[in-house]
Design a protein around this ligand. Structure first.
Ligand code: R5P
Length: 310
């Protein structure tokens, strides 16, 4: 696109936005967000956006509703300030878990958010590892859906001895992701059948696959309360796994997550910086800033992004 490339950030994950801008050799654009006494938000761009190709980086991390609203307001303000095109860069799209009507009288909130982003004026969306890829279909505007698989594969390949390892899907939703990672690393696959008891508790029903004496590599889309993770680690250790490592795209780490991980026999837990990293003795952060920078550069230039999807 023959327009200036402008990168801005909401409040949710400025270090990632800064790292993306640096990888592109650009300054992060200046904007202000304020909260009035009555709790209303106020956003303002502090530089001209006229005819610009604007990318606004915002993850839906807690407080999710504030960050969503701030992004909607920034998109609206950018369109009102005559940006030529506005791309919502949403490294972590949390409401993607509300993607179906699996109980009466509930909201398919992922679709609602897609509608809100389009109503605000977003021309495109760039995101990573949606909980279920079909959320992509809730949008009528173009969506580029990146995968953290290359980053996670590189982490496992450099951190553990793959000689006697097995990739583990901690639930049915992760089976495709885990199977793809297993193929990439040339490893066998195991699978856990999990039942969600409540928002924060899960129960392992069954473990399928050979893990005895092996290094188990769990791969998940997100770690929220870490209930899924620690139950999977327990089941793997009980089945005779030698050791367990885990990696997820989104390290949200809310509620009891950090304590659960600290008390679990898991060796190390890696997550990317789509959410602001948290500190902990077993936690490791992998950066996806170069991947987002490359995608933004290609979108800006009108070049293919598909090689970055896998
Ligand atoms: C669930 O379907 C996802 O793939 C994750 O396993 C889940 O969101 C993690 O949540 P928590 O850490 O609270 O168990």
């Amino acid at each position: 696109m023959n327009r200036p490339l402008l990168i801005f950030s909401g409040q949710s994950n400025r270090p990632l936005a800064q790292a993306i801008a640096e990888a592109l050799g650009l300054p992060l654009g200046k904007s202000t967000t304020q909260r009035f006494a009555n709790d209303n938000l106020f956003v303002r761009f502090e530089e001209s956006l006229r005819e610009g190709d604007v990318f606004i980086v915002q993850s839906f991390t807690p407080p999710v509703q504030d960050h969503l609203m701030e992004l909607l307001m920034m998109i609206d303000a950018a369109k009102g300030a005559s940006a030529a095109r506005v791309t919502a860069v949403i490294p972590y799209f949390s409401y993607a878990r509300s993607d179906k009507k699996d109980a009466p009288r509930i909201s398919i909130t992922a679709r609602l958010i897609a509608d809100l982003l389009q109503t605000a004026g977003a021309d495109r969306v760039l995101t990573m590892t949606l909980h279920s890829p079909q959320v992509h279909g809730f949008f009528k505007i173009p969506v580029d859906h990146l995968s953290a698989e290359p980053v996670i594969a590189n982490y496992f390949a450099t951190r553990v001895d793959l000689e006697n390892a097995v990739v583990v899907a901690p639930d049915a939703g992760d089976l495709k992701r885990a199977s793809s990672l297993a193929r990439r690393l040339g490893l066998p696959l195991a699978f856990i059948d999990k039942e969600r008891v409540s928002d924060t508790e899960v129960r392992v029903r069954m473990l399928v696959g050979e893990v005895e004496g092996k290094t188990a590599l769990i791969v998940d889309d997100e770690i929220s309360t870490a209930g899924s993770l620690v139950e999977a680690v327990e089941a793997l250790m009980q089945a005779g796994a030698k050791e367990v490592y885990a990696a997820a795209t989104h390290g949200v780490y809310v509620g009891p997550a950090l304590e659960r991980i600290a008390n679990s026999p898991v060796k190390e837990v890696a997550a990317t910086d789509t959410c602001p990293p948290k500190a902990g003795p077993k936690l490791k952060t992998l950066t996806v800033a170069p991947l987002f920078a490359e995608a933004i550069w290609r979108i800006h230039r009108g070049e293919s992004v598909s090689s970055l999807f896998t």
